[in-house]
Design a protein. Structure first.
Length: 399
């Protein structure tokens, strides 16, 4: 063999990575020292190698040592002896790269699908993302706390097998949940986020499970889309609240009444209409100023807030006029509601003896079948009659 032959041999040897040669029986007669095969890898190679007269290129993995080979196999006859030759190229680095790219692509795809799923729910409640996030991170359950300034309670949403919502009293212990650092551990849960908007604090916790995905839990894009979702929900609730409520009193406004009237108030089994009208608002505005008049309206609204509950809705219809509607109640319950309102009015007047307020009222009750418009007219007539009697009794001027 010439020096050139030797040079070519060395060049090819370095390029290909190694050779295995076996007899027709399968017994190996030559193995390049640079080819690594584990015991299981050798057994796998012997099972998977091509047939003796088959010429092809195939791939072989030795998982025990983390090697990935590209193999070219052909049979050669020399002096009546058949040899099967296998040219091995170690492509482990490329395989790892491809796997990394595949993993990265899968991760990007997972993130994209998750974000699309979350953003498709933006029109839903501010906590509706909890099932998706819990599943995505492999958590067992989740808790979202939402504080509202001045409300005196914290909204708590939980998800394990289903989404639950409740209001819990605001205590010093619960207040601490709004000062937890991200990823901190608290009561078996890890903090996913703890943030504050202009007037609301909120914090979210996940409990690890056997399939918890730490990478997704800590991913900034997951954090950002959940924060966006929550703060969008807070803003939407604020806009909706302001569109449905009277800014001065916090009661529902007339627009909310009109939107609910046909759908909610025409067909309950029973209904009670409470009409209220504050006396002498104009005189107070003219003599003491609108600030005093606003104070008078707010105090009147407090008495009406006192009768609100799940089936009792209260509205400021404009100026000094208020309306409350109670659904699916008895006559006795109607009387109890009215009595509760009177006690609230008495209490406020006892606390403000220098500026008592008087409110005319009219109540009408009915069971199906009834005409809502007719009932409201009757309640209004009773309220008007009560106003006349009240002014005569107290010596108040007419409007």
């Amino acid at each position: 063999m010439t020096a050139v032959d030797e040079a070519i041999k060395e060049f090819v040897k370095d390029r290909v990575g190694g050779v295995i040669v076996n007899y027709g029986s399968g017994e190996i007669c030559y193995q390049d020292s640079r080819i690594e095969l584990s015991e299981k890898g050798r057994e796998s190679w012997e099972r998977r190698r091509p047939l003796l007269d088959e010429r092809r290129t195939w791939e072989f993995t030795d998982a025990d040592i983390g090697k990935y080979y590209r193999v070219e196999t052909a049979s050669i006859t020399v002096e009546d002896t058949i040899y099967q030759c296998h040219l091995f190229t170690d492509v482990s680095d490329y395989a790892t790269l491809f796997q990394d790219i595949s993993d990265y692509s899968r991760r990007i795809s997972d993130m994209s699908d998750f974000q699309k799923s979350i953003l498709s729910k933006l029109s839903q409640e501010y906590d509706s993302f909890l099932p998706e996030l819990t599943e995505f991170c492999g958590a067992t359950d989740a808790i979202l706390y939402m504080e509202q300034d001045g409300a005196g309670y914290i909204r708590k949403s939980t998800f394990g097998t289903r989404l639950n919502r409740m209001n819990v009293d605001q205590t010093d212990t619960l207040e601490n949940i709004f000062s937890v650092e991200r990823f901190d551990f608290s009561d078996g849960y890890y903090c996913f986020l703890c943030e504050k908007t202009e007037d609301q604090k909120y914090s979210l916790f996940l409990r690890r499970g056997p399939f918890f995905n730490e990478e997704y839990f800590r991913d900034a894009s997951v954090y950002n889309v959940i924060r966006l979702y929550i703060e969008n929900g807070i803003l939407r609730e604020k806009i909706l609240y302001e569109s449905e409520h009277d800014a001065l009193t916090g009661l529902y406004n007339k627009g909310k009444f009109l939107s609910m009237k046909d759908m909610n108030f025409h067909h309950p089994d029973s209904i009670a209409i409470f009409n209220f009208d504050v006396n002498n608002l104009k005189q107070v505005n003219d003599s003491l100023g609108h600030e005093a008049g606003d104070c008078m309206i707010r105090n009147a609204a407090l008495t009406i807030h006192s009768i609100e509950q799940d089936n009792v809705l209260a509205f400021r219809m404009g100026g000094d006029e208020f309306l409350a509607i109670a659904l699916n109640i008895t006559e006795e319950e109607t009387e109890e509601i009215y009595s509760r309102w009177q006690k609230s009015l008495d209490k406020i007047n006892s606390e403000k003896e220098d500026a008592p307020i008087t409110i005319a009222s009219g109540v009408e009750y009915a069971q199906l079948p009834f005409s809502l418009d007719s009932l409201m007219e009757k309640a209004d007539e009773k309220m008007y009659q009560n106003k006349i009697e009240m002014k005569k009794k107290l010596g108040l001027p007419d409007r």
